[in-house]
Design a protein. Sequence first.
Length: 227
Amino acid sequence: MVGSYLHDYVHHAARVLDPPGEARSDYWIFAELGKRLNPPLLLPEPDQCFEWSLQTPFLEVSWDELRARKSVRAGRPSVAYSGMVFDHSDGRYHLPNAFHDEAPPPADYPLRLLTLIRRDHLHSQIPKDEQQIPPVVRVSPDCPSLADLQPDKPVYLVSPLGQLEVRVEVQDGIHPRTVIYRRGDWWKFGGGVNRIISAGLTDVGGGAPYYDQYVRLQNDSQPAETA
């Protein structure tokens, strides 16, 4: 079952091929993890999980109906805040009371890490032979960290959580104080950038602050202080 952030339709995505090799479904992975908990957490059958996930005031369809129809449109308004009526008690839009400056980067980690999506792959769905080892990061030709790097030695992308060996490429158009890492590569091949990113929540909405991690580039392979 597939929803979207970009439209109001929910689709049934029918299986095209059986999983290759040792690949397993998300349900299988969660079910096996649940069995290993103490006490165990046993999941309902897959069809029951799908049925429950459709229990929303914006849909009037069963799992069997969705599979038969292939797609349904959710009953959300086509225009957000139609008639300029907002969710506040007075129905009006409220401007922010104040804007707060972001805290400066830590002294030892001057570069903001941007883990952007890839053009040619969807998240971690990257074939083994297309993995780049070590992972590539891109910086501005004006990045101040370049002056301290020795190009003939390994380079490490370091945060307070750990480090990854990387290959640095210089690219015009990047902010001098940022480093770009295209996410989705695999940990077992030396990638997996999430291991050096701290968990956190946004100030509003309880979302994930994707680009709130600061890092540094260095030749020294010593682990970061909390790794």
